[in-house]
Design a protein around this ligand. Structure first.
Ligand code: NAD
Length: 338
């Protein structure tokens, strides 16, 4: 099986590539499901290497003869057409992914997330690609006060990021309905883990605290997110790639909901510092209050269960950032993140 992974030099895409090439034995153990043996004969990564793409994320699999890296833009039809040819499966991660950046400027989000997805879908259609796995987010549903979203819930995105992802989701499903393409969709909650670009809340807070600095807490800190280790997200995607039903959406979540204030408390504790390091800041514009996914469909149909509980995951993640300053220090300096 020849797999094309878009955005495979980013946070989640690179975890997927490392998992594909190292196999389930390379994965952290736990009580939940393990990744199926997809045993690819070739893995091509197509990645533009934007500010969040980083070849260092693939360093541990760099010498694997099955891996080919192509630096390029998913919005480039000629390149995409050439690369898609000869692949059996596309797993599509490439996206502009940071909500705050989408508030400051939505254009790259619409271009990459919508136009880029359509460019890939067209190429997959032309070449008769076996399966198109579209990786998306719970943010497309907006915000929910109580209960949890099921897969048929109406989309009501609130940020330019989530609106562009919703657009790409609907396009992907339309290629299934219109052309009969084998498209499957995943929507996941907030991810954390190693190799996450240090502008997202967990690596930003951890690296600021490790540097002796402060952390900015939005509004009243009461916004609720469900946290999932990136490895568990990738196990869910692999299950959907292997045996998800065409035209279906599958939720992937962790079942661990925390307010931002609770998350901050855990990170302060893991770093051995106190609340004097927290600086309240004005709330994010249009900040969704709560996300919550019902994951019974993927659990019942595909046997999915997360394996890494939040306590263990956060402890290991903080340790990873402690041990890998050489990875994140240059990224923070270059991006001017603080
Ligand atoms: P990321 O920003 O770390 O990685 C995105 C990758 O895409 C980078 O390597 C970047 O270089 C590449 N890229 C961006 N624009 C491109 C283009 N035009 N052409 C080719 N490559 C391009 O993001 P991430 O957190 O790894 O997210 C990956 C996917 O998972 C996204 O589709 C995102 O919407 C989705 N997702 C993320 C989360 C989360 O918590 N991070 C949760 C659910 C879903």
């Amino acid at each position: 099986m020849r797999i094309l992974v878009t955005g495979g030099a980013g946070f989640i895409g690179s975890e997927y590539v490392r998992m594909l090439l190292s196999g389930p034995s390379g994965a952290p153990g736990g009580a939940g499901s393990t990744a199926p043996q997809l045993a690819p004969s070739a893995v091509t990564v197509l990645d533009k290497l934007t500010y969040s793409g980083n070849l260092e994320n693939l360093a541990v699999v760099r010498d694997d003869p099955r891996l080919r890296f192509v630096q390029g833009d998913i919005c480039d039809p000629a390149l995409v057409d050439e690369i898609v040819a000869g692949h059996d499966v596309i797993v599509h991660f490439a996206a502009e992914s940071h909500v705050d950046r989408s508030i400051n400027g939505a254009a790259p989000f619409v271009t990459t997330n919508v136009l880029g997805t359509q460019t890939l879908l067209d190429a997959a259609l032309r070449h008769g690609t076996g399966r198109f796995v579209h990786v998306s987010t719970d943010e497309v549903y907006g915000s929910i006060e109580e209960g949890s979203w099921t897969e048929g819930w109406p989309l009501s995105p609130n940020s330019p990021y989530s609106a562009s992802k919703a657009g790409s989701d609907l396009l992907a499903l339309s290629y299934h309905r219109t052309h009969g393409m084998d498209v499957v969709l995943t929507r996941c909650s907030n991810n954390y883990g190693p190799y996450q670009f240090p502008e997202k809340v967990i690596p930003l807070f951890v690296t600021n605290l490790l540097d002796g600095g402060t952390v900015p807490l939005y509004g009243d800190g009461g916004n609720i997110r469900d946290w999932l280790h990136v490895h568990d997200h990738c196990v869910g995607i692999a299950l959907v790639q292997e045996k998800g039903r065409a035209g279906e959406v599958y939720h992937i979540g962790g079942g661990t909901e925390l307010t931002n204030k609770e998350l901050t408390g855990r990170l302060l504790e893991a770093c051995g510092v106190g609340w004097d390091r927290v600086v309240p800041v004005a709330d994010r514009k249009g900040h969704d209050r709560r996300y919550s996914l019902d994951i019974s469909k993927i659990s019942e149909e595909l046997g999915y269960a997360p394996s890494i509980d939040l306590e263990r995951g956060l402890t290991e993640t903080v340790q990873w950032y402690r041990d890998n300053r050489a990875w994140w220090e240059p990224l923070k300096a270059r991006a001017g993140v603080a």
